[in-house]
Design a protein around this ligand. Structure first.
Ligand code: GRF
Length: 197
């Protein structure tokens, strides 16, 4: 199950990988927090069930969180992947899916959490940027790290060029690790994520 808010390039990569039966994972549904995002079209074109749960359609955040939890639970996913889902989920959602709700973030955590990872990495002057796949917890981008990949920051980079370079590596990582988690047992030991095999 994949949650999105935007273009859905990560979703598209997962769908492409999942077309191979040996991959080990399928996308059972795609949810979004806003209608009209391109990722929903990608899902529909692939024949995947979709739903939209807008925060603004609910009286408060807790009600939205409960509705999102219910919508996701209907598809009984083993893993829930936030691929550019720009909302923080709440306690209800984490009670149901905590430990198997994963997010991909476009920075090398714990540096540059939040929604402007590439911009802040560029402004800070780091020479390596990248992406982090992690298990979502109550914090903002603070969960246990599953995998990280690095890309160089070039002297002539703009926020756009760096963001795009990160996205390319991020997609490969997300596809690789989602498949590995579907095919192999894994566990969390303290802050360490361990995959057996
Ligand atoms: C990813 O780079 C993710 O790290 C960031 O938003 C991007 C999602 O892109 N939070 P897409 O919607 O999968 O194309």
């Amino acid at each position: 199950m994949v949650l999105i808010s935007g273009g859905g390039s990560n979703l598209a990569a997962l769908l492409e990988a999942a077309a191979d039966p040996g991959y080990g994972a399928t996308v059972v549904a795609v949810g979004a927090d806003r209608p009209g995002c391109a990722g929903l079209d990608i899902a529909r074109a692939a024949g995947i069930p979709t739903f939209v749960e807008r925060l603004g359609d609910h009286p408060d955040r807790d009600t939205w969180d409960a509705a999102l939890t219910h919508a996701v639970a209907e598809h009984a996913p083993d893993l829930v992947i936030s691929a550019g889902f720009l909302k923080l989920v709440g306690a209800r959602f984490l009670a149901e899916f905590g430990g198997r709700y994963l997010n991909t973030h476009n920075a090398l955590l714990p540096a540059f959490p939040g929604i402007h990872g590439p911009r802040e990495a560029l402004a800070y002057g780091v020479k390596l940027a990248g992406a982090t796949l992690f298990v979502v917890d109550e914090g903002v981008d603070t969960g246990v790290i599953i995998a990280q990949c690095a890309v160089p920051v070039l002297d002539d980079d703009t926020e756009e060029s760096l963001t795009e370079r990160i996205k390319v590596a991020e997609r490969v990582q997300l596809v690789e690790y989602t498949g590995r988690l579907a095919r192999h047992p894994w566990r969390v030991e303290g802050r360490r994520f361990v995959i057996d095999g």
